[in-house]
Design a binder for this molecule. Sequence first.
Ligand code: HEM
Length: 417
Amino acid sequence: ATKQIPKEKGLDQSLTLLNEGYRYIPNRRRNQQSDIIQTRLLGKKAILISGEEAARLFYDENYFKREGVAPRRIRKSLFGEHGVQGLDDEEHKHRKLMFLSLMTPERLEEIKKITMQQWKKKIDEWKERDRVVLFYEAEEVMCRAACEWAGIDLSEEEVGQRAREFGQMIDAFGGVGERNRRGKRARDSSEKWIQKIVKQIRANKQKPAENTAAYIISFHRDHKGKRLDTHTAAVEIINVLRPIVAIGRYVVFGALAVHDHPETLPKLRAGDDTYTTMFVQEIRRYYPFTPLLGAIARKDFHWKGYPFTKDTLVMLDVHGINHRADLWEDPDVFMPERFKEWEGSPFAFVPQGGGDHYMGHRCAGEWITVMLMQTSLEFLTNHITYDVPEQDLSYSMVRMPTIPKSRFVIRDVEERE
Ligand code: HEM
């Protein structure tokens, strides 16, 4: 028998979503006592879903597609037009393979080495400074590492600007007004820069190594054997660079976790791989980054007795799933050890999406993210010491994406022997 999906009242909840941020879906779940809720977003009917089974459904491509999911304001700032995020089926799988081909063990080892070198180059400068704002430094270090690894020339004069622009694209996600406009301007400027480089690479005027993202994407052929147009190639190169810069946010949350849980410091310093991996996984579970993801129903169907109609927007409760009491013991406690026994369901732990990397839209950069978080934490705990002065380290659960208000200020930086 068909069940009725509990319905949220009101003409449109887009403003409620912006006003409640990471708590938007969890609040609806609590009010309606349901893991499936019907509402209206951006003027259209939408269905919110949460839970492991819901994630499994969300990643079933027989039922959902991605084309047309991201609204214009997100495409113009965070994602770019015609990138992998909005592709489906054969075209998506072919493009996705291009990204995944960048992630060989050798290339991962390389970005790890590059990133540690870039962090270490900061030490002398930091020792001289009264205060260092870790968030902006982390974005800059990640930007330098990303460009070096991807085969993109980055002059010393432009590092600050390029890092800031990637940061602004990421920051635009839940921003309205000026924050969103800043993200759009950053994207325009970034795309212009990278398109010029794509043209030069294709004309053989710049020669990045053949295993770099710059080379592979510039010469990639789509599922029909055609080269990407220069704009799409730029969008996809930015889809490698920008999310590496985004790791800077997790680095700041990592520093915050160490600060709030000083008992973890000796364990991190001991350099035991098992512990640092658990610690990094717990950062990705505990701290908010991606609030939710959207997909569109391909057809009419029933799930658990509930009717879904073709073309309905469905939103998955990403941050909420990582904090569900039926999936995580004491979900709101920061506890790296929980990952010791963890069996690794691809639908219960979804900070960077769920399901299969090759078959679906799950993040292509999860390995890089985990590795560079470990490398960055190793730098912060083993290669330097610092003080954390009085400051407002709280972070909003409304702002998307969120970050500690003070951006994590450190001082009295010393090199650690
Ligand atoms: C997709 C999060 C780092 C490349 C995604 C998705 C999320 C995500 C939530 C969407 C999953 C879906 O649509 O189902 C993050 C976070 C990161 C991060 C929080 C770190 C802070 C990276 C890195 C790279 C990367 C380092 C590449 C070097 C991609 C690409 C996609 C993607 C190419 C599109 C995949 C597709 O549509 O098939 N990421 N990501 N990400 N990510 Fe990441």
